[in-house]
Ligand binder design. Sequence first.
Ligand code: URA
Length: 433
Amino acid sequence: MSFVDVIAKKRDGRALLREDIEGFVTGVTAAEIPDYQAAALLMAIVIRGMSDQETAWLTEAMVRSGDRVDLSDIPGVKVGKHSTGGVGDKVSLVLAPLAAACGVVVPKMSGRGLGHTGGTLDKLESIPGYRTDLTIDQFKDVLRRVGTSIIGPTAALAPADRRLYALRDVTATVSSVPLIAASVMSKKLAEGGDALVLDVKCGRGAFMTSPADARELARRLVAIGAHGGLRTEALVTAMDSPLGRAVGNAVEIVECLETLKGRGPADLVTLAVTLAARMLVLGGRAGEADAEAGARRALASGAALDKMRALIDAHGGDSRVVDDYTRLPQATRRSAVPAPAAGFVEAIHADLVGRASMALGAGRRRIDDPIDRGAGVLVLKKPGEPVAAGETVLELLFNDDRGLAQASALAREAIQVADAPPALPPLVLGRVA
Ligand code: URA
């Protein structure tokens, strides 16, 4: 069957065969299928969906498109973590050293920003010298020495995802349960490890905006993990407003370091501790009753901060940033976005803040766009906090004002103020095990 026929089959709502999916993945990996045809099939999948069976075949084919890391010679239980992506979602950068400080080994391959959501790699690369392109042997060496290593996707692991991820980002084909499930799990299965904790984001700032879709994504992710022999658990967590108070790259590194020093914003601390506890339980390092307390102790004692320092050093980064934030990329200019009225902040719409941050240069519109690691947005007033009329709610950080007008308009639209304190939704919306 020609690839045009495969596209037409999905366009017409028919199920793909295993060989159709394998042909697609091998063709994409070998660059034999042109981007326009791959994008057409991706769009047909977004619109028509995929069954569990098709999604499993897609995931398997994507895993087989490259190598699988063998971590069996690394002592200890290896527990991964992955988020489906949010705004201000810097949890991995707190969680990896935190869980490692509590005794699980945390291998982590992270991605770059996708759409309006940020990427852990872009944030980490704001640390001068930090190398995200380690070989698998170097990655394993850091895991052995430090207990955690965070690198970028290597060309050898799930290379099909690398191409598809980049294409989806620029063709409006990210928000699809089967495509996200196959993308995430192909990388996690290729990465090795014994167990995996997933943070499935749900809300305006996430790819899944409805709780039903987020739960469905969580269900599929956990099922694929179990099928692939990975003990997998997913939390569905709220992503209506940015997590923490910083959105961007270097500013998020500062917020992570502050959190590791015990001065983090409540939502970020809660989520990092909750996810760390799930990792400890899944990895058999703590019981249900004491896992959270163990994670909080590692944060309070400075053990997690020490791990962060060791992680940066092991990756060739300048760990002096831990004590001196001026060593990170900076924004030379700032612009305040005021509250339109007095009252209580009812919402800070995460998607709009993410787009404002992109407009200031902190994210990319196209695959190869350079980014400004000093740019971003600070959330000075979070939902639930009181504000006076004209008081600064958001602060825009930038070096180049080309996107300022657009960013200001988005930021103004993101702020919603009410007369009375709003009822705030819980951070953790559910768990799929
Ligand atoms: N994160 C991924 O790794 N893949 C997606 O498709 C979306 C979020």
